[in-house]
Design a protein. Structure first.
Length: 647
């Protein structure tokens, strides 16, 4: 039902209506909820579809589906029988003062959502408590389930009907953490047999003789540069030093994953690969993601290649061509190896010399590219937290991954290809990032004032942010203040129309370079191939439901990110439970909704809630003692003992 409402919010073609849903569409059209324009059905401007949320004191809010608008207030007498989580059609109320309001006119279903509960026994009676809020859960329990549950057992619940879907494991087992975070979004690792059968039906190796129309680039010494743990190699690069031409070769997933097939349907459902510290949950079957599509070294692979002529003086991309090709990667590097080569710490084999002939000059080019890029965009010091767990999924270590020259080299090569791809269409899948709202900026300025950084608005927002960064640098708070600036920004998302990328400072941007792990990139590949073939019919086909798809994959991106974050939180809580009454160095990272700090000790990144009153300011360093841990909610509570000197 949510999918239907989403498509009707963005426009649904008549031929795309599921026969089972057509009676609903016709009924809503007759009631005036919908209009029909140019073979498309969409909601009348006075109506919105959405999810009822936050029912409190007889009132609620409507979270609109498919539209980036403010939530609509629904007063109690306009709610009808709607409850939190219901999917509804609501009529906007015109002429109302204050907060925009709406009235529920139809309850059409329940939002697809899932929860996890854990079992506790009180006075001999079994209770199920929500793992996030610890509120009692009214799930349907049959006798067999009742008898099989033990204290601490976790179950997945379908919120639409309250039925228990499966038992996930017990809170005492560290491996249950993964099951919990996946169950909250109903994610799964295994692929259905029909999907695996299709993936396994492809030839195990690429036979170049079957692709005479592709450009043969196997004589070029492409290489890949990825994390040491990577198994899916989306991108390879080569730089022609003499001609000053950069080649960015991307795995040609669209050759294998065709629209409406079983693999494509599963890829749409997943939309992104999920990366946990100990393993990945791929968007595509591993036969494709880690083998046939992956640009492995020393084997022929199909690629979609951008060949970009760079002006030696300005580094402007003066001419781009994109085409289907066959490559034969000469080397698979990891980031650490390349950094060691740059620092002359790694012995280079005779075989690698062929790659280094162009890789070392390319570093000079990408260093210059980054310097030019940062004149328009921003350089935020945000580090990605990396976590290491053992075979039992217990936390071993954490560290912040800082950008190194090898990371920067690959990043700027990919940015060039993504920009070149975005220049090829006016409507498609763009990666957009809007400037921060005035409300967010005012909140940021207030937070900064609390640590002694008084803002003097400059001529432009870019100049103001750079002024803030200069002030932070003078106080040795660059990383912390950059974190606040990032929090104040809008979330980047996918959209069918271009509106620029604020953070990067690009007028046009898309995602082209990771089709193995992002569905957005696969769509961009299909669209560009249609454009190259002058196939307007295929191009129209790719774009037909692009509005709804952009919204859907943006939601799936947030889900994947949330899963990765929640998994880490659970690992931190499990680690902290073994260190109750021990003291650690920490730093205050939030003061708005109670005090919270981040541990910056042997383990870094664990968030702790401060339980006592101590005169503390944002970014103060202190010593905390872990008091207690709630493994169910993954919350750590600590007492602030004393301030400490910043190291």
């Amino acid at each position: 039902m949510k999918s239907l409402l989403l498509h009707l919010s963005t426009g649904l073609f008549d031929q795309d209506i599921d026969p089972k849903e057509r009676p609903l569409v016709e009924t809503w059209l007759a009631k005036g909820y919908l209009v029909r324009e140019e073979r498309k059905y969409r909601f009348h401007s006075q109506y919105r579809a959405g999810t009822v949320s936050t029912v409190q004191e007889g009132r609620a809010y409507l979270q609109a589906i498919g539209l980036y608008t403010r939530d609509l207030l629904i007063e109690g007498h306009y709610l009808g029988d709607a409850k939190s989580g219901d999917l509804v059609i609501a009529m906007r109320l015109m002429g109302q003062r204050g907060t925009p309001q709406a009235k529920v006119v139809a309850i059409v279903g329940r939002a697809p959502s899932y929860s996890v509960a854990y079992a506790v026994f009180k006075e001999g009676r079994l209770l199920l408590l929500d793992i996030r809020s610890e509120a009692p859960v009214g799930a349907a329990l049959d006798e067999q389930t009742l008898q099989g549950l033990h204290a601490g057992d976790c179950v997945q619940i379908n919120n639409a009907d309250g039925m228990i879907m499966r038992v996930l494991g017990n809170l005492d087992d560290p491996k249950v953490d993964e099951q919990i975070v996946l169950a909250l979004y109903n994610k799964h690792d295994a692929f259905e047999p029909d999907v695996l059968a299709l993936a396994e039906a492809f030839a195990k190796e690429v036979d170049a003789s079957k692709y005479p129309q592709r450009k043969d680039l196997r004589h070029l010494s492409f290489c890949t540069i990825d994390p040491v743990t990577a198994k899916d190699f989306d991108d390879a690069i080569y730089f022609d030093v003499t001609r000053h031409v950069l080649y960015v070769a991307i795995a040609d997933v669209s050759e294998y994953v065709t629209p409406f097939g079983a693999i494509d349907a599963e890829a749409i459902y997943r939309s992104f690969s999920i990366y946990l510290p100990h393993r990945s949950i791929p968007m595509l079957p591993r036969q494709l993601s880690e083998t046939l599509c992956s640009l492995q070294p020393h084997v022929d692979r199909l690629a979609f290649v951008f060949e970009m002529q760079l002006d030696p003086h300005t580094l402007e991309n003066t001419q781009s061509t994109v085409y289907e090709a066959i490559i034969h990667s000469a080397r698979r590097f990891n980031y650490e190896e390349v950094d060691a080569i740059f620092e002359q710490r790694l012995h280079v084999s005779a075989e690698d010399e062929r790659v280094l002939e162009w890789l070392l000059p390319l570093r000079e080019v990408t260093d210059r590219l980054k310097k030019e890029r940062l004149k328009r965009g921003y350089d935020f010091r945000s580090s990605e937290l990396e976590m290491e767990v053992d075979a039992d999924q217990n936390l071993i270590a954490t560290h912040y991954a800082l950008e190194t020259p090898s990371h920067a080299l690959i990043e700027d090569c990919m940015l060039l290809a993504n920009k070149a791809a975005a220049a090829m269409f006016e409507r498609g899948i763009f990666r957009i990032h809007e400037p921060p709202s005035q409300t967010k900026l005012q909140n940021l300025y207030q937070e900064l004032a609390g640590i002694g950084i008084m803002i003097e608005p400059q001529e432009s927002l870019r100049d103001t942010i750079r002024f803030i960064q200069e002030q932070a640098r003078a106080r040795e708070l660059e990383s912390e203040v950059d974190t606040l600036i990032i929090r104040a920004q809008m979330q980047a998302r996918y959209a069918p129309e271009n509106s620029g990328h604020f953070g990067l400072g690009f007028e046009r941007y898309t995602h082209f370079t990771s089709p193995i792990r992002r569905y957005s990139d696969l769509i961009v590949h299909r669209l560009i191939k249609a454009i190259l073939a002058h196939d307007t019919e295929e191009g129209s086909y790719v774009l037909r439901n692009i509005d709804a798809l952009a919204i859907s994959i943006s939601e799936k991106e947030r889900e994947a990110s949330d899963i990765e974050i929640r998994y880490m939180q659970r690992k931190f809580a499990r680690w902290a439970s073994l260190h109750v009454n021990e003291s650690f160095k920490a730093r205050i990272m939030e003061t708005e909704n109670g005090l919270s700090a981040e541990i910056i000790d042997t383990i870094q990144g664990a968030k702790v809630e401060i339980t006592n009153a101590l005169p503390l300011m944002l970014f103060d360093d202190l010593i905390v003692r872990i008091e207690r841990v709630n493994l169910a909610t993954a919350k750590i509570y600590a007492q602030a003992l004393e301030k400490s000197e910043r190291e």
